[in-house]
Design a protein around this ligand. Structure first.
Ligand code: HGY
Ligand code: MN
Ligand code: MN
Length: 415
C-alpha cells in the first residue's frame, strides 16, 4: 500500500476558516446550540458537499457526511470529532478531527478510490459540556444513552434540550433512528490535539491513545440565606459562598492528596445567587468534575467529600446537597485500531507512542457501538481549553495522513 498525499494546504485553510467563526469578543468561542454554532455548521455543510459527501443532520443533531462503500453488507467506518468549543478556548480542539475526516474523504473521492466499507464523517453535537449541563450529546444518542430525562434538561434561558435538538436541525422524537447496535460501527477513529505535554516534550509526532479517562460530574448546591450585606451582623449570616469556598478548597486538597492514582478534580462552574455586591449570597450551585482511570474512585470522591464538609457547613448554618449530572466510564481503545494507527504512523516514517487521554471524547460513547481508537498530535506547551491553544500546520497534516492510512488499513482488514 503506497502512502497518499492529502492536501495539507486545504486542510489548514479550512482549519483557519472554521476557527474564525468565533465570538469576536471571546476567541475562540463557538458554543453548541448558538447562532454561531449554526453558522459553523452551515460552512461545514457546504465544505462537506464540495468534498463530494452526501451530507445530512441526523435526529440527534450530528452532522454526517457519507461515502458509500463497495460492499453493501459492511458496517461503516466512522471518523470525525466535534465543532463546538468551550468558552474562550478550543481553537483546534474538535475541528481538527472533523476537518481531517473531511480531508481523508475528499482525498479518497479525488483519487477515485472506493473503500469496501461505507465511510462516515461525523461532527458530533455538543461534545463539550453544553448550556444544558450535558456533554457528548450526539454520541450519547448513537449509543442509545440520550434519555428522556436528559431531553427535559433546561438551559438558563429556559430552552429545553428537546427544543435545542430541533434548533440545530435534529428531531428529538426520532432518536431511535440514530441508535446503533453494539456492533453497528466497523471502527471509529478520531484525530485530536493531545491537550497535554507528553508528545511535544519528547518530540514524538503521533500519540496512540490507550484509553480515555472516566469522567463523573455532580451538581453541588449550598443553601444559606440571602440578606442585606450592610444590615446583617456577621454572626447571623448563612453565607452560601463561604460554604462553597470551603468545598472548593477541600476538593483541591483531597485531589492533591490522591494524585498518585492519578485522580483530578475540578470545580470550574459556579453560580451565585443573588450575585450582588450588596447581598449576602443565599445559594451557590456548582459542578464538581472528577476524572480517574479507576471508575469507583470517580463516584466515591463526591460522596466522601460531602460527608467530610457537612459538619463545617452546618456550623455555618448551611445545607449542602449533591446530585449526579453525568457519568462516563473509563474506556479502552481497541487493539485492532491501535495496531492500525501504529502501522500507519510507521509507514509514513512518523514517530509514535502509546499514551492515555486525560480528556474526555465522543469515543467513550461510540465505543458502545464498535471498536474505537484515537490519534493525538502535539499542541504548543500542552495548552488547551484556553485561548492560547495552538498547533502547527504540519502537525495537523501528520494527523490527517495517519488517519488516512489507518482508515485504509482498517478497511482492508475488518469484516
Ligand atoms: O472535557 C473534556 O475533556 C473534553 O475536552 N471535552
Ligand atoms: Mn475540549
Ligand atoms: Mn475535543
Amino acid at each position: 500500500m503506497t502512502a497518499v498525499a492529502i492536501d495539507a494546504n486545504r486542510l489548514w485553510e479550512r482549519i483557519e476558516a472554521l476557527s474564525r467563526i468565533t465570538d469576536p469578543d471571546r476567541p475562540w468561542t463557538r458554543r453548541s446550540f448558538s447562532p454561531l454554532f449554526l453558522k459553523g455548521r452551515e460552512w461545514l455543510v457546504s465544505e462537506f458537499r464540495a468534498g463530494g459527501l452526501e451530507t445530512t443532520v441526523d435526529a440527534a443533531g450530528n452532522l454526517v457526511g457519507r461515502l458509500d462503500g463497495s460492499d453493501p453488507h459492511l458496517k461503516p467506518i466512522v471518523i470525525g470529532s466535534h465543532s463546538d468549543t468551550v468558552p474562550s478556548g478550543g481553537r483546534y480542539d474538535g475541528i481538527l478531527g472533523v476537518l481531517a475526516g473531511l480531508e481523508v474523504a475528499q482525498s479518497l473521492v479525488e483519487r477515485g478510490e472506493r473503500l469496501r466499507h461505507p465511510l462516515e464523517i461525523y461532527d458530533f453535537l455538543a461534545e463539550e459540556p453544553s448550556e444544558f449541563g450535558l456533554s457528548c450529546i450526539g454520541s450519547r444518542a448513537l449509543a442509545g444513552m440520550l434519555s428522556a430525562s436528559m431531553l427535559d434538561l433546561r438551559r438558563p434561558d429556559g430552552m429545553s434540550l428537546r427544543e435545542g435538538l430541533a434548533y440545530v436541525g435534529g428531531d428529538p422524537e426520532s432518536l431511535a433512528s440514530v441508535k446503533r447496535s453494539p456492533d453497528g460501527t466497523a471502527a471509529y477513529v478520531e484525530v485530536h490535539i493531545e491537550q497535554g505535554r507528553v508528545l511535544e516534550q519528547e518530540g514524538t509526532a503521533i500519540g496512540i491513545v490507550t484509553d480515555i479517562v472516566g469522567i463523573h460530574r455532580e451538581r453541588i448546591t449550598v443553601k444559606g440565606r440571602a440578606d442585606h450585606a450592610g444590615a446583617t451582623p456577621m454572626p447571623l449570616r448563612a453565607d452560601a459562598l463561604v460554604g462553597a469556598a470551603h468545598i472548593v478548597g477541600t476538593v483541591y486538597a483531597r485531589a492533591l492528596a490522591d494524585s498518585n492514582k492519578p485522580l483530578v478534580a475540578t470545580i470550574g462552574k459556579l453560580d451565585v445567587l443573588p450575585n450582588a455586591a450588596n447581598a449576602v449570597p443565599g445559594e451557590v450551585e456548582m459542578v464538581l468534575e472528577v476524572r480517574c482511570g479507576d471508575e469507583a474512585a470517580t463516584r466515591t470522591f463526591g460522596k466522601t467529600l460531602i460527608e467530610e464538609v457537612r459538619p463545617s457547613l452546618e456550623a455555618l448554618r448551611l445545607e449542602v446537597q449533591a446530585e449526579p449530572v453525568s457519568h462516563a466510564s473509563p474506556t479502552p481503545c481497541a487493539p485492532v485500531v491501535r495496531d492500525a494507527i501504529r502501522a500507519a504512523a510507521s509507514s509514513l516514517g512518523l514517530s509514535s507512542r502509546d499514551l492515555p487521554s486525560g480528556a474526555g471524547h465522543d469515543g467513550v460513547f461510540v465505543a458502545l457501538t464498535g471498536p474505537i481508537g484515537m490519534i493525538f498530535v502535539p499542541c504548543r506547551d500542552g495548552r488547551s481549553h484556553a485561548p492560547e491553544e495552538s498547533i502547527e500546520p504540519h502537525q495537523a497534516a501528520d494527523g490527517a495522513r495517519v488517519l488516512f492510512e489507518t482508515v485504509r488499513r482498517l478497511d482492508a482488514t475488518l469484516g
